[in-house]
Design a protein around this ligand. Structure first.
Ligand SMILES: C[S@@+](CC[C@H](N)C(=O)[O-])C[C@H]1O[C@@H](n2cnc3c(N)ncnc32)[C@H](O)[C@@H]1O
Length: 580
């Protein structure tokens, strides 16, 4: 049986026009879309190992595109590559951006992303997808004390957003406690706090919300922004000469007793704080390895420990001590055996000194509390955000996604001038020679014959590796393609050669097994005539510019499951054995 003539169409119908494009694949019967070639519905896993959903929203066309015949990058592979090979917050450089998956997944995992793509219409479609997706990832604040505040993930860390419990502009878990105590009283509120106390502000806001007065006892001296804001919310500030906590606490107690108003205890030290926090443990996801949180008075910590005890969960807690020693309060309010549940670590700075870094992957943190936990965070943790002082720009809503990806329209041969920043990971899925033709632009690699393709491809890899920081990884997902004579072109070894020439050495290879679909049916006849086997995998090639150990160090800890005991462990294959 003679092979059918292959004719490359001069114009590709619908080729490379973003969401509704139909990329064309060269087949033995001419150019066809996936849908034409393979009627089997492609199963695309849209929930990644970290529980991120991709393409699950009705407006998002990531899933639909497959039905329209467009190839789509695997979000699961994408997540693994980012978590294994790119530091949290690091910059991903993608010289053949194509669809939106790698950009959107980068944002969802707390990595920054710059993709260069020749086709303006594809970039426009990507930006539109980002807008649609970001708007469906909005986390709304909660004001019902019974409702659970959201949990979402950034940079491999779960964030428990108790700062999104907001009443009358006052944010945080302590607001829930204040509200519960205030509702029980209803005549007026009295409290005590330092001159920079978020508690004084919370009490004033809750009093304003309930239409009752608030009196707040504070030390003498210039008022901090929280107390100024408390006054603006109607709170009366009464200052005392002796600035010790026990003095202002006593004055507040006496004042509340004399007026018959409700006292909101200093540091919210009361059973109600435990009751209001322990329920919030209910949506801590499975798989969380540790909970990291600040310990000021320690009352929110007591609530979390009780919540874990209620749920029968044994997640270790790391509490970062930001003020006085909380162990006395823990002994009184935490569950018995709390010493085995929590490790208290020092913040390393004085209570009044703010942290210098006050942001985690785009989420603003309280400089005196949560920001001091940052040095203790690692991938797989849940970061319990108790609150944020109101004067630090309270979020009226937040998004579960991180910073918007950047897509640059241009020819990747010009990466040196198009991209200013140095990257922490080069990651892409290049054109597989002319297997998919994206446009009729002569700069488009998919329009070139193979020798020219390899030359320009090599230049682009060189330009991308030049933009990569030293001691960092690069990863290309490629698949082998056949030439007109039926022989493999050698795109995989050519890619390896190009990276090695650019100064990044070949370090890992993994095989991405793709859906078999109707492949057995499609290949059976050609196989009989030519012994040409069908291919159901792509090659995930990983390179390193510099030292892989330093690159791994820059990325930080990554979970690898339980390595188990050395006893009975399988011996590594000879070529994989570490040096003696
Ligand atoms: C393999 S595709 C990406 C599609 C892929 N299946 C995906 O969604 O991940 C490669 C992309 O490279 C783009 N491209 C081709 N030549 C280019 C060049 N010289 N500079 C920048 N982008 C280019 C094409 O327009 C195409 O979108």
């Amino acid at each position: 049986m003679s092979p059918k003539p292959k004719k490359k169409p001069t114009a590709i119908p619908g080729g490379g026009t973003g969401a509704n494009s139909a990329y064309q694949f060269r087949t033995d019967d001419g150019y066809k879309s996936i849908a034409e070639m393979d009627p089997t519905p492609r199963v695309h896993r849209s929930v990644t190992p970290a529980g991120l959903t991709y393409g699950a929203t009705p407006n998002y066309d990531g899933a639909n595109r497959q039905g329209t015949g467009t190839s789509i990058f695997d979000p699961v592979l994408c997540e693994l590559v980012y978590r294994w090979f790119c530091p949290p917050g690091g910059l991903v450089l993608d010289p053949f951006a194509g669809g939106s998956v790698r950009g959107i997944m980068a944002s969802m995992l707390g990595r920054r992303y710059t993709g260069v793509e020749l086709r303006a219409e594809q970039v426009e479609a990507n930006r539109q997808q980002w807008d649609d997706m970001a708007s469906t990832c909005v986390l709304e604040p909660v004001s019902d004390p019974e409702a659970l505040t959201p949990v979402h993930q950034r940079a491999g860390v779960w964030l428990k957003r108790d700062d999104l419990f907001i009443v009358n502009g006052a944010p945080g878990g302590k607001v829930r406690t204040c509200l519960a105590l205030a509702r029980a009283g209803q005549r007026g509120l009295v409290t005590a706090g330092s001159r920079s106390s978020p508690q004084v502000h919370i009490v004033s806001r809750i009093a304003q919300h309930l239409g009752i007065p608030a009196r707040c006892h504070a030390p003498e001296g210039e008022l901090g922004p929280e107390l100024v804001a408390a006054q603006a919310a109607g709170g009366e500030i009464i200052q005392h000469k002796a600035g010790y906590n026990n003095v202002i606490i006593k004055r507040a107690e006496d004042d509340a007793a004399a007026l018959g108003w409700t006292e909101i205890p200093f540091g919210m030290e009361c059973e109600e704080a435990v009751t209001q926090t322990r329920r919030q443990v209910a949506n801590v996801p499975e798989g969380v390895q540790r909970i990291v949180m600040p310990a000021g008075s320690g009352m929110s910590l007591c609530g979390v420990l009780w919540g874990l005890r209620d749920a029968g969960r044994t997640i270790p807690v790391v509490a970062v001590q930001v003020g006085a020693d909380p162990t006395e309060r823990l002994a009184r309010y935490a569950p018995p055996g709390w010493e085995r549940m929590v490790t208290i670590v020092p913040s390393g700075t004085a209570y009044d000194d703010p942290a210098s870094v006050t942001e985690f992957s785009g989420v603003t943190l309280d400089p005196y509390y949560e920001a001091k936990c940052l040095p203790w965070l690692q991938e797989g943790d849940l970061f319990w955000i108790v609150g944020i002082r109101q004067t630090m720009q309270v979020p009226d809503r937040a998004t579960a996604s991180g910073a918007a990806p950047t897509w640059i329209i241009g020819d990747s041969q010009d990466i040196g001038t198009l991209v200013a920043d140095e990257a922490d990971l080069v990651f892409s899925c290049p054109p597989y020679a002319d297997l998919e033709v994206y446009s009729d632009d002569p700069r488009d690699l998919s329009t070139m014959d193979y020798p020219e393709f390899i030359e320009i491809y090599g230049r682009i890899i060189e330009a991308a590796v030049a933009r990569l920081k030293p001691n960092r990884f690069a990863c290309f997902v490629v698949g082998e393609v056949r030439g007109p004579d039926g022989f493999y072109r050698g795109l995989v070894p050519d890619t390896i050669r190009a990276f090695e020439a650019a100064g990044a050495r070949y370090y890992n290879e993994a095989i991405l097994v793709t859906a078999v679909g109707s492949l057995p049916v499609r290949v059976s006849i050609p196989f009989v005539g030519s012994r040409k086997m069908g291919k159901t995998h792509q090659n995930v090639l990983v390179f390193c510019k510099g030292d892989p150990r330093l690159a791994a160090e820059a990325i930080g800890v990554v979970e690898v499951g339980d390595p188990g005991e050395p006893d009975g462990a399988e011996e590594a294959p000879a070529d994989e054995r570490p040096e003696a």
